[in-house]
Design a protein around this ligand. Structure first.
Ligand code: ADP
Ligand code: MG
Length: 697
């Protein structure tokens, strides 16, 4: 018998996290129960216990080698931040102790002036506060205790993504409970759960380091397509290459220790592309986990001599990467409110909730579109590799037919539960789901959850969940206002459901979301089709769209406006950086490479000609073609420089110019440069090529 002393992943799961196990071990029972009440039931934290919790967290962290702590927050940059403070403090005359006071656990005070605030904070008014979020567990990483925290300004504006997320969760909790009451159900707390599937690329680190575009922007801004792309469809779910398999194993084991339950891993459609899906958990933790996961993915990749690319479109000509936000709503006993049961047609509560979600998605399609808008994601949405830029809801055959029966009066015949078999007696019979999967839909019902598929791979999952929670809470609130005092609730709820479905039927689309037909049809239905960030973000500034956040207590008006403005500013900054990198690489790498090869061709030709009178017509053609490309490159370079120099000051005008002038100018310079690459020799084209990047590990 083989025996091993190594612990199993189940034993080491969450060992870097101050979770239930550590809480039980390090806290007195009274404090443990009080903290659990806050986490599980949303009770306000008892200030009396903070000192003990801080002491316990510190001792636990020290046992894992920590010397520092930080409030870990999520500013509007979309990433995470924190200032690391040593536990160490003077004690006595020349001694020192390790200390974490209750006050230090609860509140921190970083400088708020250097984070994006859209003027909410002037540099001279720098004070900001971070405040402990006890509902997401602290963890130890690289010698520091990370304490999840919200980030607000001295005057109380939220400056981060966690505070509004928590407010949206609270809003949804409050409104869902009102809805449940209509159906005679009570519960202490309603949870939203999220499972984000994460796509990414792995490339060789040495090749990556040689590409300024990858290092500075996360994507290739030059590069002729590899002669083999994804056309053989042989990468999807294919055998993992050894380096990739080792990386994935290491990544899984690391994530598990951080309490992130990485579940599935596989190769994705494009060469060098992969996916990781964790098991879903409550939204707040899921958002934190996804941030931590993205950071760990990059670090583990480096350990294995690779770079992990989280950008939405690292490579032209093959698929980019997204994130699927699987979202559901459940009671504290675990009952999922989006579970339709065996007979959705007679499940009044499910049909009612479904109708509310559909109405929210239709009413706030602009907000949903805008919350996933970024320079990177603009390359994917609508490019036949990700959902289109048009927001619609996919219900599948069964629910689709039920809704059709309500809206169009069609007859609905429930399907019998189907069983599948491959027709070989030895192989088992298996149950078949009532709905197929539609991979082209931006917002699909997938059995017992909605899958919002428009997210970019690099983005924080906070924004889409802030939006989803808020707009669904609002739909619930409107319904509850109307129905709470009904004399005949059963009849009125049914009528309300039917009306909502009729009113918002246009947003349901159960067919192929790729292709021009849907674009036309969607336009006919009056659905929004904002193709770029510059077109989408202004949706957030519409009065009715600001109002929904204000009504549900998620943003004040100025917070909502600030966020839209920061999103536009970030977009402009990113495009500007990309354009500058394009120009820099063009002058330092691309053009010199073309010249070097051209020079070799010319000197070889003239040498030949000086020796013997040869017919070198084809060689001359090659020189001519390359020379023409060089001229076209210089022209395109000049256009890009001009476009960049002419960028307007005003942010929306600048964003539109980025989308409609700077990006096309970058694309044109790239196009001719890539054509030149295909003509030049390997020796002269020193930049790692697509083939090196996509097939390098
Ligand atoms: P697919 O590729 O078909 O979309 P995956 O299995 O890769 O499916 O991913 C599904 C994701 O949805 C996982 O992260 C899973 O944990 C999550 N998920 C499953 N059920 C729920 C639910 N009720 N609420 C939220 N997320 C869920
Ligand atoms: Mg999915």
């Amino acid at each position: 018998m083989i025996t091993t002393t190594e612990k199993t992943p189940a034993e080491t799961f969450g060992e870097y996290v101050f979770g239930d196990r550590a809480m039980k071990k390090y806290l007195t029972e009274r404090t443990y129960l009080s903290l659990r009440k806050t986490i599980d039931e949303g009770e306000p934290i008892d200030p009396e216990i903070c000192g003990e919790v801080a002491e316990a967290m510190k001792n636990w962290a020290i046992s894992l080698g920590a010397t520092h702590y930080t409030h870990w927050f999520q500013p509007l940059t979309g990433t995470t931040a924190g200032k690391h403070e040593a536990f160490l403090d003077f004690c006595g005359k020349d001694g020192a102790i390790m200390r974490l006071s209750g006050k230090s656990l609860v509140v921190g005070e970083p400088d708020a002036s250097s984070f994006p605030t859209d003027g909410a904070r002037a540099t001279c008014a720098a004070r900001g506060y971070t405040a402990w979020d006890p509902t997401s567990p602290a963890f130890v990483k690289e010698g520091t205790l990370f304490i999840p925290a919200v980030f607000v300004s001295y005057t109380g504006e939220t400056l981060d993504k966690k505070a509004p997320l928590l407010k949206s969760i609270t809003a949804l909790n409050t409104q869902t409970k009102r809805i449940l009451k209509l159906f005679g159900t009570t519960c202490k707390k309603v949870f939203t759960s999220v499972g984000p599937e994460q796509e990414y690329f792995l490339v060789d680190k040495e090749a990556y380091d040689k590409r300024e575009d990858l290092r500075l922007t996360g994507r290739t801004l030059f590069g002729a397509l590899s002669v083999k792309g994804q056309e053989l469809e042989d990468h999807y779910f294919g055998v993992l290459r050894p380096r990739v398999a080792e990386f994935m194993k290491d990544l899984d084991e690391t994530l598990w220790k951080y309490g992130i339950l990485a579940k599935s891993k596989h190769n994705e459609v494009a060469p060098a592309q992969h996916e990781l899906a964790p098991v879903f958990c409550d939204t707040n933790r899921s958002v934190d986990n996804n941030q931590l996961m993205m950071e760990i993915m990059k670090k583990v990749a480096e350990k294995h001599g690779m770079a992990c690319l989280l950008h939405e479109k690292p490579f032209e000509g093959i698929n980019g990467s997204g994130k699927h936000n699987n979202w559901s709503l459940s009671l504290d006993n675990g009952e999922n409110l989006l579970d339709p049961g065996a007979h959705p047609e007679s499940n009044a509560r499910f049909m009612f909730i479904l109708a509310c979600v559909i109405s929210a998605v239709d009413t706030y399609q602009g907000v949903l579109r805008a919350c996933v808008a970024s320079a990177g994601n603009d390359h994917r949405l609508g490019a036949d590799e990700a959902p289109p830029a048009i927001v619609s809801v996919y219900l599948g055959d069964e629910l689709g037919a039920i809704v059709d029966s309500i809206v169009l009066g069609k007859n609905y015949v429930p399907k019998k539960a189907a069983k599948g078999s491959i027709g070989v007696p030895e192989s088992p019979i298996f149950p078949i789901d009532s709905t197929d999967r539609n991979r082209t839909s931006p917002f699909a019902f997938t059995g017992n959850k909605f899958e919002f598929r428009m997210l970019g791979s690099a983005a924080s999952v906070a924004d889409p969940n802030i939006v989803l929670n808020t707009i669904v809470a609002d739909a619930f609130a409107l319904a509850a206002d109307k129905l709470e005092h009904s004399a005949n609730p059963e009849k009125d709820i049914k009528a309300y459901t039917e009306n909502l479905l009729k009113e918002h039927y246009r947003v349901i689309f159960n067919y192929n979301g790729y292709g021009p037909e849907w674009e036309q049809e969607a336009e006919h239905r009056g659905l929004l089709n904002a193709k770029t960030t510059a077109d989408a973000v202004p949706e957030l500034l519409k009065e009715e769209n600001i109002d929904v956040f204000v009504r549900r207590g998620v943003y004040t008006k100025s917070e909502a406006v600030a966020r839209a403005n920061i999103q536009l500013d970030t977009y402009v900054k990113n495009i500007r950086i990309e354009a500058r990198v394009v120009l820099d690489m063009f002058r330092k790498d691309v053009y010199p490479a073309a010249c070097a090869y051209e020079e070799k061709l010319c000197s070889s030709l003239s040498a030949k000609k000086s020796l013997v009178a040869l017919n070198c017509a084809k060689e001359e053609d090659l020189i001519k073609t390359l020379a023409q490309k060089q001229e076209a490159m210089l022209l395109a370079c000049e256009s890009l420089e001009n476009a960049l120099a002419a960028l307007p000051e005003e942010r929306l005008a600048a964003a539109k110019a980025c989308a409609h002038v700077v990006c096309p100018a970058m694309n044109e310079l790239r196009r001719v440069s890539d054509e030149a690459e295909t003509l030049c020799s390997r020796e002269d084209w020193k930049l790692p090529r697509y083939v090196d990047l996509l097939y390098g590990v």
